[in-house]
Design a protein around this ligand. Structure first.
Ligand code: G3H
Ligand code: 13P
Ligand code: ZN
Length: 311
């Protein structure tokens, strides 16, 4: 059933687990996510980036997610990294139960003013709002932040920001980044900072850039194509460790965003199916394998985040 982010995260905060927010770009990824959630009996957040909406179309994506949300478990339909105010408004009006306003790269006062405007509009439609303070490094379609422009969340600013904006969830920057290359080796998150933020901010906190880039998925994706650029690029990629994820949940992280792990799994499924079955040209066969692997990754995340069995 479709529910708001606020509702799902309030329960998670009370019971000390986190809910996975998984990026949806097409039908097969969505099927992988919802099948995992139903099997694990877990609440789930579908999220679409502005890039995903540009690729697939808002009505198509929303239509698919709306149908997928007609299940017994709680489902949130959320806009990820909304920067375009007109698009955020469209998402709220079409029926998203939650939107993120990402004003993190704006001056603080502008971020506050625009977040307030989005909170006002969303509340008229019964939708929740996630806002962000602090900037993550990383390169995605609409989110391109070089190292020099990234900065970690200031706990005092975070407290003031939540007080002024009345947002429902707050994304914080504590050392993660978007994409496959997060760390040179072991993941290092600023838990002292997270602890300070948790002391000052009472609403649920959100961790972006939380993919683990698990070795088994990466090596599966690279099985037949060590020399192909798209696979070879993953050499030396390090994500957020499971230990770091568990610590973050203990310190108030209630929503965890995962996209890159799904991309790697999906691509691995498609590549391997095509390499291993030279006669296959039925998209249902290779996309179906991508979908299966997305489901496996999502199930694993739900166990790790402690949301399995919480629906
Ligand atoms: O945090 C960003 C997500 O990974 C979305 O990436 O803008 O390339 O769809 P995208
Ligand atoms: P990853 O790139 O680590 O999967 O992060 C995704 C994300 O934060 C989406 O908002
Ligand atoms: Zn993000």
């Amino acid at each position: 059933m479709l529910v708001t982010l606020k509702k799902v995260l309030q329960k998670a905060q009370k019971e000390h687990y986190a809910v996975g927010a998984f990026n949806v770009n097409n039908l097969e990824i969505l099927q992988g996510i919802i099948r995992a959630a139903e099997k694990m009996h877990s609440p789930v957040i579908f999220q679409t980036s502005e890039g995903a909406i540009q690729y697939a179309g808002l009505e198509y994506l929303f239509g698919l997610m709306q149908i997928a949300s007609k299940v017994k478990i709680p489902v949130v339909i959320h806009l990820d990294h909304g920067k375009n105010i007109e698009l955020i408004k469209k998402c709220i009006k079409i029926g998203y139960s939650s939107v993120m306003f990402d004003g993190s790269s704006l001056p603080l006062s502008e971020n506050v003013a625009l977040s307030q405007e989005i909170v006002r509009l969303a509340s008229k439609y019964g939708a929740s709002v996630e806002a962000e303070i602090g900037v993550l490094r990383g390169i995605e379609d609409f989110i391109q932040v070089p190292k020099q422009r990234a900065y970690l969340t200031d706990p005092k600013d975070a407290e003031e920001f939540v007080h002024l904006t009345k947002c429902d969830a707050l994304a914080v920057a504590i050392g993660t980044s978007h994409g496959a290359y997060k760390f040179k080796g072991e993941s290092k998150l600023d838990f002292t900072r997270l602890h300070e933020i948790q002391k000052r901010v009472k609403i649920p906190l959100v961790l972006h850039g939380a993919s683990g880039i698990p070795h088994n998925i990466v090596s599966y994706a690279q099985k037949h194509c060590k020399t192909l650029h798209s696979c070879a690029r993953l050499e030396g990629a390090h994500g957020v460790s499971n230990i770091a994820i568990r610590n973050a949940i203990r310190m108030g992280i209630c929503k965890i965003n995962i996209d890159t792990d799904l991309r790697i799994a999906f691509t691995g499924g498609v590549l391997n199916t095509l390499f291993e079955n030279k006669k296959v040209f039925d998209p249902r066969i290779y996309l179906g394998k991508g979908q299966e692997l997305v489901q496996e990754v999502v199930e694993e995340k739900m166990r790790l985040f402690g949301s399995a069995g919480k629906a």
